[in-house]
Design a binder for this molecule. Structure first.
Ligand code: FBP
Length: 288
């Protein structure tokens, strides 16, 4: 089954990347990625490793990443997967030894494609443990990635993951003066009820919401009307995972999975988490 081989390949290359991070820490390329952000040597190195490994997987016919301006399409096989990857999500955390990871989404058509065309999404989290969380076939599973094991794609830790009914944490990117007024007021209504947790890496923040229940947002900012995160590489995969785990995603008005994909690196405001919290935020923004 090509999807099994794809997930196995992600798990294996993730362990190689984790082992090599220390050798690539701290150096900048002096270049910018297609989104105009400073590119770290670790970003480029991870992207090259992931691309080489995934394009080797039978059934993967396309590769696109945050670090490349265009997608590589190999073969016009209509049944193949077009993979969108953030090869080192939260790479700015490497300098301070905070959690980071790898984000990916396997689409069933050429990119850019809307999130409804995701067949599988997942992330590898380089935390105290190295885990991979995957949404596929209507369920979310978490695996422990270990070297020299015959478990593929890793040792199954949990299956049928669902967001806890009672939320406890929230994390919002940017800063309060930059948020829209209704968001500032909504966040104020959460204080005292939920604990603030913000890791500076989407994979870590979303994993925290998946485990503890709550909400993560990188919202529209005054300086960034479309937010910071990219629809194809970040918004859609985390929306697919959270919605499959019983939660909700929104660009402020609708599910991220329904946002039309027009450009490979298009940005989108990202809000994901417990349905009641996301619905409350959408109502607050609608009143603005
Ligand atoms: P990249 O590191 O892949 O560019 O990802 C962007 C990101 O690091 C997200 O992982 C995270 O949610 C966000 O930016 C943090 O942004 P900020 O540094 O503005 O808090």
């Amino acid at each position: 089954m090509p999807l099994d081989e794809l997930l196995d390949a992600v798990g294996r290359v993730a362990l190689e990347i984790r082992d090599g991070l220390s050798a690539h820490r701290g150096t900048e390329t002096g270049q910018e990625n297609p989104s105009g952000e400073r590119q770290l040597a670790a970003d480029v190195w991870a992207d090259e490793r992931v691309r080489a490994r995934l394009l080797d997987v039978p059934g993967v016919v396309g590769y696109a990443s945050e670090e490349r301006s265009t997608a590589d399409v190999h073969g016009e096989d209509a049944d193949g997967y077009h993979v969108a990857v953030d090869p080192l999500d939260g790479s700015s955390n490497l300098a301070t030894n905070n959690p980071l990871g790898i984000l990916f989404g396997a689409y069933d058509r050429p990119l850019p494609a809307a999130g409804r065309h995701l067949v599988a999404s997942g992330y590898v989290l380089f935390g105290p443990l190295t885990t991979m969380t995957v949404a596929r076939d209507g369920t979310v599973s978490e695996y422990l990635l270990e070297r020299d094991t015959n478990h593929t794609p890793g040792r199954l830790l949990e299956q049928g993951l669902q967001l806890p009914a009672e939320p406890t944490v929230f994390g919002i990117g940017g800063s309060a003066p930059e948020w829209q007024k209704p968001l500032r007021e909504y966040v104020r209504s959460l204080e005292g009820r939920l604990k603030q947790r913000y890791a500076g890496a989407l994979v870590a923040d979303v994993n925290q919401v998946l485990g503890y229940g709550g909400m993560f947002a990188y919202p529209q900012l005054r300086s960034r009307p479309d937010g910071k995160l990219r629809l194809l590489f970040e918004g859609n995969p985390v929306a697919h995972i959270i919605e499959t785990a019983g939660g909700r995603s929104s660009n402020g008005e609708q599910s991220l999975l329904d946002v039309p994909a027009e450009r490979l690196h298009q940005r989108v405001p990202v809000h994901v988490g417990n349905s009641e919290l996301i619905e409350g935020l959408e109502r607050a923004l609608a009143e603005s």
